[in-house]
Design a protein around this ligand. Structure first.
Ligand SMILES: NC(=O)C1=CN([C@@H]2O[C@H](COP(=O)(O)OP(=O)(O)OC[C@H]3O[C@@H](n4cnc5c(N)ncnc54)[C@H](OP(=O)(O)O)[C@@H]3O)[C@@H](O)[C@H]2O)C=CC1
Ligand SMILES: O=C(O)CCC(=O)C(=O)O
Length: 488
């Protein structure tokens, strides 16, 4: 039985108007805490809808780029205020649509507000440099210009923060946007567009088209009217996006997976390390690209650390993210839950030892949701699948090592290099980690997740396309540099 009497239908947002898809087909977005609850219906759009959105974005671009940076920034301040007013509703929608706990969803929405204000301020900052010319009568300088229409393709795990950290810099630097959210969180995305509408952004500056990744996402990648594509999501799709964009000469930026290690050195504050491992690995049900997944512990403290970790994990309350006492919600979808359970099974088959968890939670009240127990394995070796692939679920893999050198070697033995932590009190260990750890974010005595909006964010190796998002780094992707020489 489905509970959908109150479920609203959400339309595409194109050229400042709400429009049904050309196909007139909709899809239910369901609550992962209870598969029978429909959160809303979203459009299953076609290439025709995408074409309309690209046209709207192209039409809006000339007037938008002609506004001054501070004037564009003013729109972002307005949008921030509107989002802040709707924070509670948007956060609750996010929890119902993808399962993270309400405090996490509120925190993420507040982060969206802060990102908008940060980039509103960017509208006032410099967009070029004066460079001495060899010609004493010449003036040489750089100026940054927008790219045109930017395609924004986002995942479901941060359905407010990730779209905002792409859309805000895109528009403040004078681009217009065609946004394709993950279908799993398209209701939350539509509520974000309601804020765009209420804030009075000029029609066409931000457009949203929902639908299948293979149709709308791929359509953005291939569309000749889109100058650049920014993507966050899986490793596999990301590489496809990059190849497609490269083939037609579009600019692209990819943020993909992680297999983030934490090293617990023999001199670590073990209580702090346990807390950070649990928070970094299991909050948001492990569904963060920055989530801790490999826990590399020096043998001298292994048993004590393990004991403390298991006690802490046993105390975690799994449940509906809207319930006030829930610490960890469900996986975002049935497919994600099956993926996680598949990796757990693989871990068992390859000889890892299950210390706790490992099963779907079907306790009364949770049986209709996509819950997986917080899971800890030990005797994990670096060649096992659960030590190599991104699981994106509440699974921690303990790896015992003797020395810090070995720990670093294991930590670097991955095709990913997004975030990494170490717990130690020794300055030599810290410096070795900062120097030798191949990750875009290295964190000392702090969990691997939880990035700050004013700092560059991105990974090394196959975690990203080697660019950085957020902070002032965003200007690199969302603008092109013009070098100007003037002589009177
Ligand atoms: N680095 C990160 O932050 C994230 C990593 N992941 C990893 O990816 C795994 C799978 O998650 P999943 O949601 O399937 O991730 P995807 O990479 O499939 O989805 C990310 C976005 O890309 C879209 N998309 C799908 N196919 C294409 C395509 N051919 N061209 C362009 N865009 C496309 C999706 O649309 P649609 O949703 O409509 O399919 C979604 O908007 C997870 O288990 C996790 O390991 C997932 C999310 C975030
Ligand atoms: O750790 C964070 O706060 C951000 C994580 C992230 O960007 C992601 O999971 O995609």
């Amino acid at each position: 039985m489905s509970v959908h009497t109150q479920a609203q239908t959400y339309q595409n947002y194109i050229g400042g108007e709400w429009r049904p898809s050309a196909s007139n087909q909709v899809e239910a977005s369901i609550n992962p805490a209870n598969r029978h609850e429909v959160v809303g219906y979203v459009q299953k759009s076609s290439a025709e809808d995408l074409n309309q959105a690209v046209e709207a974005a192209r039409s809006a671009q000339t007037a938008w780029r002609k506004l001054s940076g501070p004037a564009r920034g003013e729109y972002l301040y307005r949008l921030a205020d509107v989002l802040e007013r709707h924070l509670d509703d948007i956060a609750a929608t996010m929890t119902r649509e993808m399962g993270k706990t309400l405090p996490e969803a509120k925190g993420e929405t507040a982060r969206g507000v802060a990102i908008l204000r940060y980039y509103a301020g960017e509208g006032m900052r410099k967009i070029g440099d004066v460079i001495p010319s060899t010609d004493s009568e010449g003036l040489m300088f750089t100026s940054r210009v927008p790219l045109g229409v930017v395609g924004v393709i986002t995942p479901w795990n941060f359905p407010v923060a990730i779209p905002i950290w792409k859309i805000a810099p895109a528009i403040v630097y004078g681009n217009t946007v065609v946004f394709k959210p993950a279908q799993e969180t398209a209701v939350t995305a539509a509520k974000l567009m309601e804020c765009v509408d209420e804030a009075g952004l000029p029609p066409g500056v931000v457009n949203m088209v929902t639908g299948a990744g293979s149709v709308i996402g791929q359509g953005i990648v291939d569309h000749p009217g889109i100058a650049a594509v920014t993507f966050t999501g899986s490793d596999q799709v990301g590489k496809q996006v990059g190849l497609g964009a490269l083939a037609r000469g579009a600019k692209y930026q990819l943020e993909m997976g992680g297999k983030n290690p934490v090293i617990v050195a023999a001199d670590a504050d073990l209580d702090l390390a346990v807390e950070a491992t649990v928070s970094g690995g299991l909050r948001s049900t492990g569904q963060k690209c920055t989530a801790t997944s490999r826990v590399i512990v020096q043998s001298a403290v292994y048993d004590v650390f393990k004991q403390k970790l298991l006690e802490r994990v046993a105390a975690l309350k799994v449940g509906d993210g809207l319930a006030p006492d829930t610490w960890m919600g469900p996986c975002a979808s049935e497919r994600q839950m099956q993926t996680v359970l598949g990796y757990i099974q693989k871990g068992l088959e390859e000889g890892a030892v299950l210390l706790c968890g490992g099963k779907r939670v079907t306790a009364p009240g949770l049986e209709h949701g996509f819950y997986v127990e917080p899971t800890v394995f030990e005797n994990v070796t670096p060649d096992m699948t659960i030590a190599r692939e991104e699981i994106f679920g509440p699974v921690l893999a303990l790896i015992k090592v003797d020395t810090l050198q070995e720990a670093l070697q294991v930590a670097n033995d991955s095709r990913f290099g997004l975030s990494a932590s170490i717990f130690t009190r020794d300055i030599g260990n810290m410096l070795a980690f900062i120097r030798d750890m191949d990750a875009g974010m290295v964190r000392i005595n702090a969990e691997s997740a939880g990035v700050e909006l004013q700092a560059p964010f991105g990974g090394m190796k196959q975690s990203s396309s080697h660019s950085r998002e957020q902070g002032q780094a965003a200007i690199e992707f969302f603008t092109a540099i013009k070098t100007v020489f003037v002589k009177g």
